[in-house]
Design a protein around this ligand. Structure first.
Ligand code: RNT
Ligand code: ZN
Length: 420
């Protein structure tokens, strides 16, 4: 259903009465990229071997909805579909296990840019920036739950070499595409049951990271990030790379910190962390996700935690120091729809944040008028935000409402159903 032009004009007038210029907001929104995670398309498997699938690492994809991408070509085809459902220009977030090895067996420690040139070219043709991640899971040398913190020097060396290779690849991606690649290190290391020694693995992890980051890379092409976690499947009692560990590491070494919405106690607010963290680290990455009872990586929704994150980025003027990435994987529903629902929800939350009459709220707060502040926060919730969102989609030639569901259904009928 298309929105009559007068509907947007009405919304524009309502927001203007709150001191918000919707035209300026739509122009700003169009400049903010999401880094779309490649791994929703094939359940975090990658294509290093013909039957690659996620194993180990304590992250878990559930569901077996038909139509999963089986090859790089299929994944790219699916990505094109997803991008066509998103308003604005975005980025691609790639994991090293999506290397284009041309059927050859190559050790992860031997990866170089040639294995990713087809991705760089693909992104260049579409005007997409690239972000990157070494893959320290789904591999025999990660099976005993330790990589960069392993007691075994050979295992540590292998993952250090892989991570070094990935930084070099990331820097080349950033150079060729003319926009810095953020390479994010997340490791699954931890222990299912109570460890006696919590110290030595963390000391080894710090030493390994120092080795990984030894070579300085040009920040115009490349930025380093580290991602913490609270617990995982098989690492319930201890995670080497905890929040305190990486917060300390990032502050000490001027690295970016990656905050994943599923990686904290469920009652903690990720939104609340942003202003603290950005006081001490130069920039952050967000992994916008939705944990349900645990780090389950459900599809992102326009829910209160997501809205609070985006609100905070706007209120604190943090957008210029934040790289917004997505991190969820659901194989129980149409994967393309899952991808697009989550990304569209993140964009909606961002739009809502940008539409907030923050100046009025701030004035109430500064005047010590908590009553007015609360009243306004409630009133804002029923402003005609949906009309502005539809206008944004329309201007970017992206389907709204029913139309977009039809597109996904057509894609399922014509493309996905042919994948046995
Ligand atoms: C795992 C982390 C990590 C992964 C991706 C695939 O708990 O969130 O970011 O989801 O690297
Ligand atoms: Zn994450």
């Amino acid at each position: 259903m298309s929105t009559p032009a007068s509907a947007y004009a009405h919304a524009q007038a309502v927001y203007a009465s709150h001191g918000v210029d919707t035209e300026a907001v739509l122009a700003r929104l169009a400049t903010i990229p999401l880094s779309l995670h490649c791994w929703q398309g094939d359940d975090v498997g990658g294509f290093e071997t013909p039957d690659a699938e996620l194993s180990g690492g304590g992250i878990q994809v559930t569901g077996n909805y038909p139509g999963k991408a089986r090859t790089l070509a299929e994944l790219r085809h699916d990505l094109d579909k997803v991008y066509s459902l998103l308003p604005g220009k975005h980025r691609l977030n790639l994991h090293a296990c999506y290397a284009d090895l041309g059927g050859k067996k190559v050790g992860r420690d031997q990866y170089d840019v040639t294995h990713f040139q087809s991705w760089i070219d693909w992104c260049k043709a579409r005007g997409l920036g690239l972000d990157f991640n070494p893959t320290l899971f789904g591999h025999p040398l990660a099976n005993d739950g330790a990589t960069l913190s392993s007691r075994d020097e050979g295992i540590r060396r292998f993952w250090i070499d892989h991570s070094i290779a990935c930084r070099k690849i990331g820097a080349e991606m950033g150079r060729q595409l003319g926009t810095a690649t953020v390479t994010n290190v997340w490791i699954p290391d931890g222990s299912k049951d109570l460890p006696v020694d919590r110290k030595a693995p963390r000391e080894r992890l710090e030493a390994s990271l120092d080795a990984v980051f030894q070579e300085a890379l040009d920040p115009r092409h490349h930025l380093d990030a580290v991602e913490s976690k609270l617990f995982g499947i098989g690492s319930e009692s201890y995670v080497v790379g905890s929040h305190e560990f990486y917060m300390g590491y990032a502050v000490k070494n001027r690295k970016l910190l990656c905050l994943d919405a599923g990686h904290f106690h469920p009652t903690e607010s990720l939104a609340d962390k942003i202003s603290s963290v950005l006081q001490f680290v130069p920039e952050i990455i967000l992994h916008v996700s939705r944990g349900v009872r645990w780090d389950s990586d459900h599809v992102v929704l326009l829910d209160d935690p997501t809205k609070a994150i985006m609100e905070e980025l706007v209120r604190g003027d943090f957008l210029g120091r934040t790289h917004i990435g997505l991190d969820y994987f659901d194989a129980s529903i149409n994967r393309i729809a899952a991808w697009a629902i989550g990304a569209r929800s993140a964009l909606k939350a961002l739009l809502l944040g940008l539409l907030e009459p923050t100046a009025r709220l701030r004035a109430a707060e500064e005047a010590g008028d908590g009553t007015l502040r609360l009243l306004l926060l409630e009133e804002i919730k029923t402003l005609p935000f949906g009309l502005v969102w539809d206008e944004y989609l329309k201007r970017h030639d992206v389907p709204t409402g029913d139309a977009w569901l039809n597109e996904v259904k057509n894609y399922e009928k014509t493309v996905l159903s042919a994948r046995a």
